[in-house]
Design a protein around this ligand. Structure first.
Ligand SMILES: Nc1ncnc2c1ncn2[C@@H]1O[C@H](COP(=O)(O)OP(=O)(O)OP(=O)(O)O)[C@@H](O)[C@H]1O
Ligand SMILES: [Mg+2]
Length: 413
């Protein structure tokens, strides 16, 4: 950098581009006249100016609220400009604070030394107005770019932290899912062991039937959960091929209702298929739709106490059919509802129920399966009063090229 000759302060007119500035500048000089001079030039050009008359006062002001730029006299009592510059550049919080050292020293070594102390630029005394404003503008421009970079760095750092958090979340969730699958399997093995241990002549037919029914129920749960996991992956990646056909909703629901009848009798929950047999048939994948109903019935049974009611209904609405699964159970807490269709979201289970298989994937599967049909799913629920899940399906099936699930979630109403 070449040294600049600086005669008396120049008060010449500035071009319009030079005439305006923004930003806050802290002027530090023990010579009040110098401070006043720089203040008037900078204020005249639109900068906000704060003043300090020694290094310690400057440090206090910087700690209170850092300016955009420091104009720092080198020769000051107590603490020299070099020392203050070195201190500020050495601290993490103030390392990026731009500093222009203002020096009466004119030797090349002094200017080199200023840069070595970390200064961003230097100015020679006496102050030249045009040079002062040009350097201030240039250093502030670099500071602006540096601020943007710093902002990006902070954003990237935050995104990185989020990725690390998500990775940990995924791993712990995988462990949870595997753990959840263990429960029905343990129940199946326990029941089989019980049957094996007792001689068949000693076991009453009622007891045997009960054990077999429990085993079958656990096996059904296990299959439901495994299929949910497998199909959620396929649906999310849009790799599921739908076998579209007109689906008689009443019949498809009845198959699921029949499967639940044993449980319905055992738990004293009334289960009704009220879907009109002549409801128009939507073009859909029968197996996938059946599994949606199975998941919704499973939830309804899990959260409804004995003496309650679970009902499946259906009606035509324009060129769509709406299927509802309602229960008179415990309802879904309000704070859980906005997230209920997201993966792994499961509420606290009513511990008096016996099928505590809560992997929080059932409704996610339902949402993805309904959305890949071009349909919508939502629910209404009140704590203590019950839950109704609504599924709306276009009668004509998914639009051309739509047979894939949208990543965005449906919401609770
Ligand atoms: N009918 C309902 N009544 C009350 N709470 C419900 C009902 N349906 C769902 N929930 C709540 O929503 C949560 C998420 O349900 P979802 O079916 O996605 O997962 P899950 O039933 O916990 O586990 P699974 O993956 O085995 O289905 C449940 O844990 C429960 O808290
Ligand atoms: Mg469920």
């Amino acid at each position: 950098m070449d040294s600049m000759s600086a005669p008396a302060p120049t008060e010449g007119p500035l071009t319009p581009a030079e005439g305006t500035g923004s930003g806050s500048i802290l002027v530090v000089d023990d010579d009040q006249r110098n401070v006043r001079l720089m203040e008037s030039i900078l204020r005249g050009s639109g900068y906000r100016v704060a003043k300090a008359y020694d290094g310690e006062e400057a440090l206090r002001l910087v700690e209170k609220g850092p300016p955009d730029l420091l104009l720092l006299d080198v020769m000051m009592p107590k603490m020299s400009g070099f020392e203050l510059c070195q201190r500020l550049k050495g601290r993490y919080e103030t390392r990026l604070l731009p500093i222009i050292l203002v020096t009466a020293l004119n030797a090349l070594e002094d200017k080199v030394q200023a840069l070595e102390y970390g200064a961003d630029d230097f100015l020679s005394k006496p102050i030249n107005k045009v040079e002062l404003l040009a350097k201030v503008r240039s250093v502030l421009r670099v500071k602006g770019l540096q601020d943007q970079l710093e902002l990006k760095r902070v954003e990237i750092e935050a995104a990185n932290q989020e990725l690390i958090r998500m990775q940990g979340f995924k791993e712990s969730m995988m462990q949870m899912v595997v753990h959840d699958l263990k429960n029905p399997l343990a129940s199946i093995m326990g029941n089989v062991q019980l049957i094996q241990m007792q001689s068949l002549e000693m076991m009453t037919p009622t007891r045997l039937k009960e054990l077999l029914q429990r085993t079958q129920e656990s096996a059904r749960q296990l299959m439901r959960m495994i299929l949910n996991i497998l199909q959620i992956g396929k649906l999310e990646e849009r790799k599921m091929t739908l076998k579209l056909e007109p689906v008689v909703v009443h019949g498809m629901v009845q198959e699921n209702v029949d499967e639940m009848m044993g449980l319905s009798a055992r738990d004293n929950i009334r289960l009704e298929n009220r879907v009109p047999p002549d409801l128009p048939s939507p073009r859909a994948d029968r197996e996938l739709l059946g599994r949606v109903i199975a998941n919704l019935l499973n939830n309804a049974f899990k959260h409804t106490a004995g003496g309650g009611r679970v009902t499946v209904d259906g009606q035509q609405e324009g060129d769509a059919v709406t299927i509802t699964v309602s229960d008179t159970g415990e309802g879904i807490p309000e704070d859980l509802q906005p997230h209920i269709f997201e993966k792994f979201v499961a509420g606290e289970s009513d511990t008096s129920k016996r099928m505590l298989y809560d992997s929080g994937l059932g409704l996610t599967f339902c949402r993805l399966a309904v959305e890949c049909h071009g349909g919508k799913i939502w629910l209404k629920s009140r704590s203590g009063e019950g839950t109704t899940v609504f599924i709306s399906l276009p009668l004509s099936g998914p639009a051309e090229g739509q047979a894939g699930a949208a990543p965005a979630g449906a919401s609770a109403a």
